[in-house]
Design a protein around this ligand. Structure first.
Ligand SMILES: *Cc1c(COP(=O)(O)O)cnc(C)c1O
Length: 415
C-alpha cells in the first residue's frame, strides 16, 4: 500500500513533540556553554585575522584552541585546518601517545573503517608497522542494540597486561548498534582509571559533540578527537579537526601534528578564522536540527515497517539514524533520493564506489556546501548485508523534512 508521504510526516511530527522539547533543552544548555567559552576567552574580531608562513603568535589559532578547551572543560586543545579530517585527527592522537611495543586496546570493538590501515595496515606506516600492538574487546549489545562495555573482560585484560591506552568510539560507525551514552562512557572511564591509573583513555568523538550536555573530557578522558566538518563545525567550518585533553598528553600530540621541535607554536591559515568561530558558535543549534531530522526519519521509516536505530522513543547519543532496507536496490535508491534533495549537485545520480579507507564499495549522498560534510544532509552505506543506510544532518530541520518526503516517495516504489 502506498501511503501519502505528507500524512506520514504529519503524524510523525505530531508524535515527536515531546522528544523535540528534550532536544531543545540540550541545545539551550550547550548554546550557553559555547557563549560562555567565547566570553571567558574574550573573543574579539582581531582573532579572525589570517596569518601566513609559520604562523608564530597566531592569536586566532591560539584563542580558538582556548575556546575549545573551555567548551570541553579540558586543559589544552589543538584545533587546526591542517588536520585534514576526523581520521587524520584520530591518527595524530594515536601516534602522538603510542610508542613501540605499547598496547592500544579498543574497548568499543573494531574502530571506524578508515582506522583499519592506521592500526594494522601492512607497510603503510601503521601503528603495527611501528610494533605497536592493537587489541579489542567488543561491546555488549542488549536486544535494543544499546551498547554497554564488557567490564569483566576489560578489567581482566587490564590486570593481565600493561595497556598504554584504551580507545572508545562513541558513535556507531558502520555497525548496527546505538551510540554509547555519555553516562556509560563516564562509568567505564572510572573503572579503567581505578584498575589502571596510568592507562590513557582516548576517545573518537565524531558525531557525538553537543548531542548531550557533557563531553568525555569532563569524566577524565585524556584525549578526545573529532572532525570540524561534522558536529563541531556547525555547518560553517570549511575544514579541519580538533584534539582536546590533558596538557601533557596534548603537547605530546602536538609534536606529532607538526614536529617535535615546534609543537603547536606554529601553523597558519591565510583566509582567517572567522568561519571557525562562527561554526562552533552555531554548532549546538545545528546539532539540534540534525537530531530532530534524525528522529523524524526514524519515526517515518519505522511507521512504514523498516527497522531503524535509534527508535523515535530512544534517547539519542549521536546524530545518526540507521535504516535497514530490504534490498540493495532500495538502499541505493534511498541514497539517490537524498542526493536529489540536496542544494548542491542535486542533479547527480549516485553509484556505489570504492573509496579510500573503506573495505567495501560505499555509496555516499552528500550534496553539501562543504565537500563531504556530514553535518549537512547526507546518507552513506557500505554495499553489504544487512543493507543499512546511515542518515545524518541537514543544516535546517525544514530541509530534512523536505528530503524525507522525497525519500519516502522514492523508497515506497521499491518495497
Ligand atoms: C566520520 C567518522 C570518522 C572519520 O572522520 P572523517 O572526517 O570522515 O575522516 C571516525 N569515526 C567516526 C565514528 C566517524 O563517524
Amino acid at each position: 500500500m502506498f501511503l501519502e508521504s505528507e500524512d506520514i510526516i504529519f503524524k510523525a511530527e505530531k508524535k515527536l513533540s515531546d522528544r523535540f522539547e528534550f532536544i531543545k533543552d540540550i541545545a539551550q544548555y550547550n548554546q550557553e556553554k559555547v557563549l560562555n567559552a567565547f566570553k571567558n576567552c574574550n573573543v574579539a574580531s582581531r582573532h579572525f585575522a589570517g596569518t601566513s608562513g609559520y604562523g608564530y603568535d597566531d592569536i586566532g589559532r591560539d584563542t580558538l584552541a582556548r575556546v575549545f578547551s573551555d567548551i570541553f572543560q579540558s586543559e589544552s586543545a589543538l584545533v587546526s585546518p591542517n588536520l585534514v579530517s576526523g581520521t587524520h585527527a584520530l591518527t595524530v592522537m594515536l601516534f602522538g601517545v603510542l610508542r613501540p611495543f605499547d598496547t592500544l586496546l579498543s574497548i568499543s570493538g573494531q574502530p571506524y573503517d578508515t582506522l583499519n590501515d592506521v592500526l594494522t595496515g601492512k607497510n603503510v606506516g601503521s601503528l603495527s608497522d611501528f610494533s605497536i600492538n592493537f587489541d579489542k574487546i567488543d561491546l555488549v549489545l542488549n536486544n535494543e542494540f544499546k551498547p554497554i562495555f564488557d567490564d569483566k573482560k576489560i578489567v581482566k585484560y587490564l590486570s593481565e597486561k600493561t595497556v598504554k591506552a584504551v580507545f572508545i568510539q562513541r558513535s556507531r560507525g558502520y555497525n548496527l548498534r546505538q551510540a554509547i551514552s555519555m553516562e556509560e562512557v563516564a562509568r567505564i572511564i572510572k573503572i579503567v582509571k581505578e584498575k589502571s591509573p596510568q592507562t590513557l583513555v582516548l576517545v573518537d568523538n565524531c558525531y557525538g559533540e553537543f548531542v548531550e550536555k557533557t563531553e568525555p573530557t569532563e569524566f577524565g578522558a585524556d584525549a578526545v578527537a573529532g572532525s570540524l566538518i561534522k558536529n563541531m563545525g556547525g555547518g560553517i567550518i570549511p575544514t579541519g579537526g580538533y584534539i582536546v585533553g590533558k596538557s601533557d598528553v596534548i603537547s605530546q600530540i602536538s609534536y606529532r601534528l607538526t614536529s617535535p621541535s615546534i609543537g603547536n607554536e606554529v601553523g597558519s591559515y591565510q583566509y582567517g578564522y572567522m568561519p571557525f568561530y562562527q561554526g562552533v558558535f552555531l554548532a549546538p543549534v545545528t546539532v539540534k536540527n540534525a537530531l530532530k531530522g534524525a528522529l523524524l526519519f526514524a519515526e517515518a521509516f519505522s511507521s512504514l515497517g523498516f527497522e531503524v536505530l535509534p527508535k523515535s522513543s530512544d534517547i539519542q547519543h549521536d546524530i545518526v539514524t540507521s535504516i535497514k532496507f530490504k534490498t540493495e536496490n532500495q538502499l541505493i535508491e534511498f541514497c539517490r533520493a537524498i542526493q536529489h534533495s540536496s542544494p548542491i549537485d542535486s542533479f547527480l545520480t549516485l553509484e556505489p564506489w570504492d573509496m579510500p579507507g573503506y573495505n567495501h564499495k560505499v555509496i555516499m549522498a552528500a550534496g553539501t556546501f562543504v565537500q563531504g560534510a556530514s553535518i549537512e544532509l547526507s546518507a552513506d552505506a557500505p554495499i553489504k548485508e544487512p543493507y543499512v543506510a546511515y542518515f545524518q544532518g541537514a543544516l535546517t530541520y525544514e530541509h530534512a523534512k523536505i528530503a524525507l518526503k522525497g525519500a519516502l516517495d522514492c523508497v515506497q516504489k521499491y518495497i
